[in-house]
Design a protein around this ligand. Structure first.
Ligand SMILES: NC(=O)c1ccc[n+]([C@@H]2O[C@H](COP(=O)([O-])OP(=O)(O)OC[C@H]3O[C@@H](n4cnc5c(N)ncnc54)[C@H](OP(=O)(O)O)[C@@H]3O)[C@@H](O)[C@H]2O)c1
Length: 345
């Protein structure tokens, strides 16, 4: 085994959307596990939009924070290389948060509130799905559509950032529940990919006639809007919601680069007027409240062929900074964007 490894460290707090230059790749010795510890080899790392809050100079979230000069934090799938802990054996594949580095040592008994690394059933699906359909994004989609959105058969659901990790699963859950799924994404290729995943209609928010496309896709309005984006996209959707529509507020990626206050000018008056006039029920949610039930349902639907996991994979840990930056600046990837750090075995 090699003596040294690469890790991606935070070189500067992000100003606006994250840039590749906010990170640097360093070569360091591979750590050795002590008593009660395990040595992990990273297979995949996820470039999640919410990690933007972890690289801001201002503390924007109570969750994990990356420190300058330290490895970037974030969810990864790893293989156990050496175990000095009774619950793990060499060869186990786990999902945890050991960050953007090729190897990591963890003490499962001293885990934070997220708990010890989750052992994966490697027979269920490719292990990469633990960072997508069968991980946080899948649970988020389930929470937004099933628990917060309370979608029922026959309802029309419109989803922003529909070609992303959350949206691509959310639309398919709508179909499983017997609803009509309308996806909003940027560009013709992404919209075509959504139709291929089973969405009933799409609208391209980067096209000049986006509002007309959305009106055509929602001739009778929408019962539920799963919002991942905020901003102009949401202001275009709101007038098309039915009276009393539900709006699970999942994310607001259009604003992640602009800090706490938003870009201004203040559009809240118009926003509130629409909420009031339409009697909208808006509920924000954060965290993986869908829990094990959500993952079990999604896994069952995957086995039945009713849900497909879309993922795009780029190779090499050095690709992580550019991949993370591309989440905010537009890329052609559909589904969960992952960085493959190593192959298994
Ligand atoms: N509430 C929770 O617990 C929870 C958990 C996980 C994720 N989230 C949130 O859910 C949302 C989706 O996450 P994800 O994991 O699916 O992300 P993802 O796979 O990385 O997809 C994000 C997509 O958002 C679109 N986007 C980026 N900037 C945009 C902008 N300014 N306007 C419109 N669209 C933009 C891009 O697609 P296009 O090419 O189509 O523009 C991008 O591919 C994010 O807001 C994330 O923070 C919330």
């Amino acid at each position: 085994m090699a003596q040294t490894m690469k890790q991606v460290v935070l070189a500067a707090y992000a100003q606006g959307n994250p840039q590749p230059g906010d990170f640097r790749v360093e070569e360091v010795p591979i750590p050795q596990p002590g008593d009660g510890e395990i040595l992990l080899k990273t297979l995949y790392l996820a470039v999640d939009p919410l990690l933007r809050f972890s690289v801001d100079e201002t503390v924007l979230t109570g969750g994990g924070r990356a420190e300058l000069g330290q490895p970037m934090i974030g969810p990864v799938v790893s293989e156990v290389v050496t175990s000095n802990h009774p619950d793990y054996a060499a060869g186990d594949v786990v999902e945890g948060r050991s960050g953007w580095q090729e190897y990591a040592v963890l003490a499962p008994d001293q885990s934070d509130y997220r708990g010890p690394p989750r052992k994966l059933d490697t027979t269920l699906a490719p292990v990469s799905t633990a960072l997508g359909a069968l991980g946080g994004p899948g649970q988020t989609a389930y929470e937004g559509i099933v628990n917060v959105g309370r979608v029922t058969a026959g309802e029309t659901v419109v989803i922003s950032a529909a070609a992303g990790a959350v949206g691509s699963i959310a639309g398919q859950i709508v179909k499983v529940l017997g609803g009509r799924a309308v996806g909003i994404a940027g560009g013709l290729a992404k919209c075509a990919a959504l139709l291929d995943l089973g969405f009933d209609a799409v609208a391209d928010y980067k096209a000049p006639d986006f509002a007309a496309q959305l009106r055509a896709a929602l001739p009778e309005g929408a019962d539920v809007y799963l919002d991942n984006v905020g901003g102009d996209v949401t202001m275009t959707v709101l007038p098309l919601l039915k009276r009393g529509a539900r709006m699970p507020m999942c994310g607001f990626i259009a604003y992640y680069g602009v800090g706490m206050e938003g870009p201004g000018p203040d559009r809240l008056p118009g926003f509130y007027r629409l909420i009031m006039n339409k009697g909208l029920e808006i509920r924000g949610f954060a965290g993986m409240l869908a829990g094990q039930k959500g993952l079990e349902d999604i896994a069952g639907w995957m086995k039945q062929g009713r849900i497909r996991f879309a993922e795009s994979i780029v190779d090499g840990i050095e690709a992580a900074p550019a991949a993370f930056s591309s989440v905010f600046s537009g890329h052609e990837h559909v589904g969960k964007l992952l960085v493959r750090v190593a192959h298994r075995g």
